[in-house]
Design a protein around this ligand. Sequence first.
Ligand code: ADP
Length: 497
Amino acid sequence: MSNLFAELKTPITGTYKQPTGLFINNEFVEGVDKKTFEVVNPTTEEVICSVSEATEKDVDIAVAAARKAFDGSWHHTTPQQRGVLLTKLADLCEKNLDLLAAVESLDNGKSITMARGDVGAVAGCIRYYGGWADKIEGKTIDISPDMFHYTRQEPLGVCGQIIPWNFPLLMLAWKIGPALATGNTIVLKTAEQTPLSGLVFAQLVKEAGFPPGVLNIISGFGKVAGAAISSHMNIDKVAFTGSTIVGRAIMKAAASSNLKKVTLELGGKSPNIIFNDADIDAAVSWVNFGIYYNHGQCCCAGSRVYVQDGVYDKFVAAFKKRAEENKVGDPFHHETFQGPQVSQLQYDRIMGYIQSGKDEGATVETGGGRHGDKGYFIQPTIFTNVTHEMKIMQEEIFGPVCAIAKFHSEEEVIQLGNDSAYGLAAALHTKDLNTAIRVSNSLRAGTVWVNCYNMLHHQLPFGGYKESGIGRELGEAALLNYTQNKSVAIRLGGPLF
Ligand code: ADP
């Protein structure tokens, strides 16, 4: 087998052919400098394979390919044809669901059940934006009988997209769907921790019939390929999902290069509020899902849990029992809920936060340590007696660690919930409709869930208030991040100036 493919195996698919090159112009190629890096299996801590690493030179080549496609083949494609291609790509994701999900579990460590759910959502998202492709419309605006005015929603051009490792395929779908539907071309960099599923997906892009250069997918590191994208003079827009600290760096790079447009989906420290009148069994279930889904590696994880004093003891006891029942282990076991964290670095960061919670005097209700003796597994952890100033209540942990505090009044919990630099998501649990609406409207967050959690959908916009980001992904709202408005004014008659 050429060095651009590796023969790998998963328990679901058996042996399969894993592309390892950079996907540029619909072909897998080596990087100019022929650099590679190792991809590690977080379940076993063993190397899976090596993939090509993109440097600045490869980013230049990918951008040139994307620019050529934008000005040429993609420009001449009708909106309807773009829609058909996206729909075909969605169909191919469904046809290859087992393979894509298995590669995601292998590389990221998420359970196969969750990975299958992710791939289903990938297909749904891409199909949804396929439906939008021929519905991107301008307006005619009547100003004067002597003039004809209309607006157009035009694509931005070449978009750089930088995605994280927590939902490798889903974040890819959220990014490419609206960008392609609106007629842009793309250079997308996957996260260095999880490049494999994006490369398998790339084969489907070609199979669906997208012209070369429309969607280029490269593997590489943030400081090299990511920085080259955000500071590139020939990229018109950068879309990023990841940490707030990197988001700032990307915005600075965009500002000091060509002022490319920027959308950011960043961190969170989302409050999850349980009122006295909540259905406690249901709330326990959603709080558990809110923090431990995807091993806590969600930007919208419900990591700050506020419980009203009347139900505090009952809730904590039931939640502790529930957290201890979560099945932690091999991602390929069908009953597993929680697999390993993605990397040694993430494992160490999370364990550092757990130590800080202990040092600052919070109570470990359950967990607080390593699970097993191999792989980056961490026990589902609950801290109680957490005060507002503690690091575990303030900072994004991005792991299976939940901080619980007691509150008394609605005003108090709104103030606590909003007292954060972040504003990505929030949730509340109550049977009172007035409380539900009043509190939802008072929380400064891009998404508020009532009596549920993590109920994201491609039809519904998602994004952050405050330091959680700029712009919205998903829904119709995302289209605005990938188009610009052109006004055309045509003189029909009337006096000359
Ligand atoms: P995490 O800290 O959770 O790994 P990051 O925000 O560091 O998340 O990474 C998310 C994505 O951003 C990855 O694709 C990574 O390669 C990329 N990235 C990291 N640093 C930079 C940077 N300075 N410029 C551009 N992209 C970056």
